[in-house]
Design a protein around this ligand. Structure first.
Ligand SMILES: [Cu+2]
Length: 231
């Protein structure tokens, strides 16, 4: 919107505001009450969005549980990518090459699952091999309509099945990246991408269906695995 248009909008709003005020004044006069009229103007600021390539690229992933897989398996947990159109499939995740990535994982799964091996309890492939996790920060319906519990966070190098419920992992074996995900938590980690390439990402916990938990979501792209393309 050009300046000329903005000025026209402001004038239009002023005129409209005065007209409404006048109408109110007329009604008020009939009711023998006094109404003060005010004229308000609206100013508009135009923000130019610029991409700062030195800022981290933010990948926000959301894990939800109430996803109908099919009628025989029922619901399964799934990773989604949060994007401009809401929760999008995680089957194909694209990241920029040679860039610091801030990965935010919001896990709404309260379940406990067994990791395929104890090595997946360790954070690897991130800056300092750490991540920060924030528990009990979900909007909690038991705390009343406006209840939000924030109890701080912790930067860790691993999770332990003795102290945390372990839900999932976000693992890219070819990049040495492994982020264990605690139940009901939000986690943030940073890592840098190298050159272009396509890699499998997957969850290394037995969170799917079947006798050993490796079916359903665990073997389906867009649920607990997919392709990560760096380009
Ligand atoms: Cu999983």
């Amino acid at each position: 919107m050009g300046k000329g248009t903005t000025a026209a909008v402001i004038i239009g709003l002023v005129v409209l505001s005065m007209a409404v005020g006048g109408a109110l004044g007329t009604i008020a006069a009939g009711n023998e009450a006094s109404v003060s009229t005010s004229v308000s103007t609206v100013t508009q600021t135009t923000t130019t969005s610029s991409v700062n390539s030195s800022a981290p690229y933010i990948l926000t992933m959301v894990i939800t549980t109430n996803n109908l897989f099919n009628s025989s398996i029922g619901t399964q947990p799934a990773f989604f990518v949060s994007g401009p159109n809401g929760l999008e499939s995680s089957a194909n995740i694209t990241l920029p090459a040679h860039r610091m990535i801030e990965i935010v994982i919001m896990n709404f799964d309260s379940g406990n699952a067994t990791f395929i091996g104890p090595q997946y309890e360790n954070v690897t492939g991130t800056i300092n091999n750490t991540m920060s996790f924030y528990n009990n920060n979900a909007m909690n319906a038991t705390q009343g309509p406006s209840g939000i519990i924030l109890q701080g966070g912790q930067t860790v190098t691993s999770l332990s099945p003795e102290t945390e419920y372990l839900s999932h992992t976000f693992t890219v074996p070819s990049l040495g990246l492994n982020i264990p995900i605690a139940a009901d938590s939000t986690e943030v980690a940073y890592f840098t991408t190298g050159g272009a390439g396509s890699y499998t990402w997957l969850c290394e916990s037995l969170c799917g269906s079947g006798a050993n938990g490796s079916g359903g979501a665990m073997s389906t792209p867009g649920w607990m695995d997919g392709l990560l393309t760096v380009s």
